[in-house]
Structure formats: structure tokens, C-alpha cells
Design a protein around this ligand. Structure first.
Ligand code: HEC
Length: 164
């Protein structure tokens, strides 16, 4: 029995060492100012600060990585969140989205923030400063609503919502 445990332990250790060599590319990129969300919507300072501290690690082209991201399998875990988050909404590419998608994403932001779904719970466990205060939530929601209103004022509704 002891021998078997030793073998399993050794195998796990070797596996741990091997996976350290698999390193996904980091989400660190130069930002194109013509594509960012501020290129299509007004971006007051307070909104920008909230997005930066609570959302951009997973929803922008630049993640501020913690030190423990230097180890596998943590890298895979974080990389997954970043890729999934960016696929859903990337504030650094927001201006490239079709009008309908922009409009819908603003609606989703309101929903996710109201329901307390974002930022992800697993993230705020470690980044407690990223938790949204009641005031942060109100600021974000008001901003997203104002963006939807300004789109409605600017474009015909068919170009924002698919006809049923
Ligand atoms: C730790 C990474 C992480 C952080 C931080 C984070 N998100 Fe997310 N977000 C995700 C992931 C992953 C998904 C997709 C899976 C899901 O919905 O749980 C997602 C999905 C979303 C969606 C849903 C998009 C859709 O169309 O369904 C919205 C909206 C969103 N996030 C907004 C935000 C906002 C606003 C913040 C900041 C207040 C934020 N997120 C912070 C990882 C993150």
C-alpha cells in the first residue's frame, strides 16, 4: 500500500512539473482607441474606474495577473475565465460590435449587475476590492441605461432589436 501511494505521489509530482511547460498566451495587448467602448459611448471618470477595477481583468484586452498566475493549473483556470469573458463582452472591442449587439450587451450589463452575477464570485473572493458597492451598481446601471437611451434616440428601433 505504501509503495503504491509513493508511486502515485511521484506520478502526480511529475505531472505537475510537466504541465508547467504549457503556458497559454497572456491577455496583454496594445489597445486600439478607435475600438474601445469610450469610442461609442461617453465614459465618465467614475464609470471608467469601476469598469477598470471590477470588469476589465476578464472583459478587456489587458488583464492584470496575480503572482500565482505563474503556476499551472491556475493559468489554465484564469485563462479560461478571461477567454470566456472576452467572448461575451470585450470593452476594448466594443465599438466593433454591430448596433444590435451593443444594445443587447448594455441590457445584459444591467441584468448581470442587478442580479449581482458580475464580477464572478470566484474573482471577488480574492479581489475583494473589485466587489461592487451599492453606489457602483447604481452608477453602472444608470450609465448602461443612458447608453441604450442614446442609441434609441439615434437609430431606428429595428436596427437595435430584432423584429419578432
Ligand atoms: C473573473 C472574470 C470576470 C470578471 C471580473 C467579470 N466578468 Fe463578466 N463574465 C465573465 C465570464 C466568464 C462570463 C461568461 C460566463 C457567465 O456568464 O458566467 C461573463 C459574462 C458577462 C456578461 C454576460 C454577457 C451576455 O451577453 O450574456 C456580462 C454582461 C458581464 N459579464 C459583465 C461584467 C461586468 C459589468 C463586470 C464588472 C462589474 C464583469 N462582467 C466582471 C467573467 C468575468
Amino acid at each position: 500500500m505504501k509503495k503504491v501511494l509513493k508511486k502515485i505521489g511521484l506520478a502526480l509530482l511529475i505531472l505537475f512539473v510537466i504541465i508547467q511547460f504549457f503556458r497559454p498566451a497572456k491577455n496583454i495587448n496594445t489597445v486600439d482607441a478607435t475600438k474601445v467602448v469610450a469610442a461609442v459611448f461617453t465614459m465618465p471618470d467614475n464609470v471608467g474606474k469601476i469598469l477598470q477595477k471590477s470588469c476589465y481583468d476578464c472583459h478587456s484586452n489587458n488583464t492584470a495577473y496575480p503572482w500565482y498566475n505563474n503556476f499551472q493549473p491556475v493559468m489554465w483556470y484564469l485563462n479560461n475565465h478571461v477567454n470566456e469573458g472576452k467572448r461575451e463582452i470585450n470593452f476594448d472591442e466594443f465599438a466593433t460590435y454591430k448596433l444590435r449587439r451593443q444594445f443587447h450587451k448594455m441590457e445584459e450589463i444591467i441584468e448581470q449587475v442587478e442580479e449581482g452575477e458580475m464580477p464572478l464570485y470566484s474573482y471577488t473572493l480574492i479581489h475583494s476590492d473589485a466587489k461592487l458597492s451599492k453606489e457602483d451598481k447604481e452608477v453602472l446601471i444608470a450609465w448602461a441605461k443612458a447608453n441604450m437611451d442614446s442609441m434609441k434616440a439615434k437609430y431606428p428601433i429595428d436596427s437595435l432589436i430584432k423584429k419578432k
